[in-house]
Design a binder for this molecule. Sequence first.
Ligand SMILES: [Cu+2]
Length: 631
Amino acid sequence: MTSRVTDESRRRLLLALAGTGALAGLEALLPGYARGAPLTPRAGNAAQVNGGVPGPVLLDFDVRRERVAIAGGHGSGITINRSIPAPLVELWEGQQAHLRIHNHLDEDTSIHWHGLLLPFQMDGVPGVSFPGIAPGETFEVRFPVRQSGTYWYHSHSGMQEQKGLTGPLVVHPASPHRVTADREFVVMLNDWTFDDPHRIMARLKSSGEYYNFNQRTVGDFFDAVEKEGWAATVRDRLAWNNMRMSPRDIADVTGATYSYLMNGLHPAVGWEGVFRPGERIRLRVINASAMTYFNFRIPGLAMTVVGADGEQVEPVDTDEFQIGVAETYDVIVEPQADRAYTLVAESMDRSGQALGTLTPRPGMRAAVPDLRKPPQRTMMDMGMDHGGMAGMAGMSGMTHGASASKGMDHGGMAGMSGMNHGASASKGMDHGGMAGMNHGAMEAGGGMGPVVGQHGPGDHGPGNINVAETLRYRLGEPGTGLEDVGHRVLTYSQLRNVRPMRDQRPPSRTIELHLTGNMERYMWSFDGVKYSESEPIDIVLGDRIRLVLINDTMMEHPIHLHGMFMELENGQGDRLPFKHTLSVLPASRASLLLTADEPGRWAFHCHLLYHMDAGMFRVVRVAPAEVLSHV
Ligand SMILES: [Cu+2]
């Protein structure tokens, strides 16, 4: 609890400083977008634009470790051009980008351009696409800018990303935006810690529960006994114990150590963007955190989602969305009233929130909502519900209070817009009906999370502790903790590409990968094999493949492929949305299509920093067949 006390005193200090103007001094290292500067699509900022034609651009990045003012305190951080978080890079589609990275650290560094299509040697992953940038050296990155949208960049060396080396990257389109806006802001989310990330990793290795202060207590146990009876409660606890998991395992690293930042600013200060009522505003929301999923909403203001992972999607009106680590969303908002609106990015485990304000006048603030109640995992997240209420009958006593109200993941039904909660009275029937559902039913879509398969034989060895026996299609669900929020929540199944699929060939090959782990020993892997013991995944250049991801663990994992977009099979016909990062829900099966048209060695990994570091990582090699047969 010490950390909370510290946080509170920091907050008071900040508020005191904010009143005296002394804060300006503390913000010396903040980049322009943190101080509320809008983007400059017309003038060009980093990119020089002459007569509307994007010219070549040269940018210099000086990477340093220094003492920084951040999150209401001082600590050691990694800066680019003395800025933390790193500065906004604005590029233009069609431009030649030339970036020089000068390493002033006493260790290797690297910069990965997350979501950009470029030659693999420029992709910035040490040991995969290049050797890394040694201390004192300069690395030159050159690539033609072939796309537009909201992206970001970060170090791919050690834990540097956790120490502040993340920045927004926006590519303006060569032709006018399909969706126009009067004003644009970047909204980058981070989880900052004053702790040494290597120490965090060591603590996680000693106990995966280290940062989880939401664990159930003995008091909870007796509450459950009162509600459910002894036998049911004991059976429930035994089931979770066998999994070495807890229903409150929502995040590995939490607000116990993290401050959640919006554009580099602590919630006690909050980021501020100024608008004129009636303007159309594009918010480019980037989850640049190391470990934290966020729920993003603006109370009192509807959002229209127009972009996902940088690519355009057909507009979807919504009130909230969950954003996995490394994902981006573009939303349009049109505040009409002469009032302030609070931007709320609540961590998925509800241990804290990053905050900002859209306001017609500097300094004006709107109400800040309290943190909502922490969500809980269900037996369905374990893949243990066996697909039907019949199977559940013997286990029905296991639903402790909270998960009964979540309806054992009938929560998924909340994703069906317009359905009221009275509808969940039919829960037993729905489950029964779903038991026999197959892939055909999956096409029907909806938010019901139908069962789409059973786990095959094999348990992926000692690196894996759980096997999701029952696999569901969960792209129609709003995300953990958003099942019952009482307003619209975006689901993956709503994302629809604005363009038809370019490659209509059926996949010639399916690659199936299981997401595996052992929370207690903090081992994370694909198919139970960690990176250091794995072989690359080889794909023939030009092939059309289907990638099937099966999550055997009880957590979401944001799975990221470098260098190529994947098309998410979400039931949108030939308008499948592009993704560079897919959050795969617990005990679910998701599939993606990929045209392997970018040759090279590409990283493929979980974007939770400590999972990647633990070994949830592979190299994907794309090359002509004759080359692959000789490596
Ligand atoms: Cu992971």
